[in-house]
Design a protein around this ligand. Structure first.
Ligand code: HEC
Ligand code: HEC
Length: 144
């Protein structure tokens, strides 16, 4: 029994290596994608990350391990060390859930990456802040 599991594991590894070689475009799969499809094209990941920074009014280092001002090539984007990154993942799931809800009016559409097509995205609530406001801004016009 033990032997057959080991053989299965070796077989699976060999298959994975063969599959990776057969599809070289998959060589640059995301290292630690838990919400996104690991094969999400690089330009879609970049656009999404820009959406995150704009929506929250932050820079990459708010969620990712790296020195502010240092080249992005020195960052460890796959690391989950920062709580903000882990929180952002939950937020991606929440945003998806809202867009998938049939309580939301409009044309059904829900995507983790096509933020400009979603009816609700990170900007909807965050408006450039890490903590969405629950009160009106000072300069809001009187409702009545
Ligand atoms: C609000 C938090 C947040 C900000 C700001 C942010 N990211 Fe991310 N980033 C994430 C999360 C969450 C993931 C992982 C998504 C998943 O698990 O599917 C991620 C994943 C990535 C990955 C893929 C890592 C891998 O697993 O291979 C790259 C590259 C990346 N981010 C680059 C950036 C860059 C560049 C910036 C700045 C322009 C940035 N991020 C800003 C939250 C953030
Ligand atoms: C439906 C509204 C809503 C949407 C959509 C939303 N958020 Fe949030 N987000 C919140 C609320 C509310 C909090 C909690 C604020 C607090 O604790 O005061 C929060 C907190 C966060 C935090 C933690 C901030 C902190 O200071 O602890 C991060 C990071 C975050 N959101 C990222 C995102 C990202 C990235 C997206 C888009 C994928 C997103 N959020 C979409 C409502 C939203």
């Amino acid at each position: 029994m033990k032997r057959s599991i080991a053989a299965l594991a070796i077989g699976a590894t060999a298959f994975a290596v063969a599959a990776a070689n057969a599809h070289p475009e998959h060589a640059d799969r995301l290292a630690n994608a838990q919400v996104l499809d690991p094969h999400t094209p690089k330009e879609d990941v970049t656009a999404l990350m820009k959406h995150f920074t704009q929506a929250l009014g932050v820079r990459c280092s708010y969620c990712h391990v790296g020195e502010e001002g240092a080249p992005l090539s020195t960052y460890d984007f796959a690391s989950d060390a920062k709580a903000e990154k882990r929180r952002a993942r939950e937020m991606m799931r929440l945003t998806m859930m809202i867009n998938e809800s049939d309580m939301l009016p409009g044309e059904p559409f829900a995507s983790h990456t096509a933020m400009d097509r979603n009816r609700v995205n990170c900007i909807t609530c965050h408006q450039g802040n890490t903590r969405p406001a629950t009160t009106l801004p000072e300069d809001a016009p009187d409702a009545l």
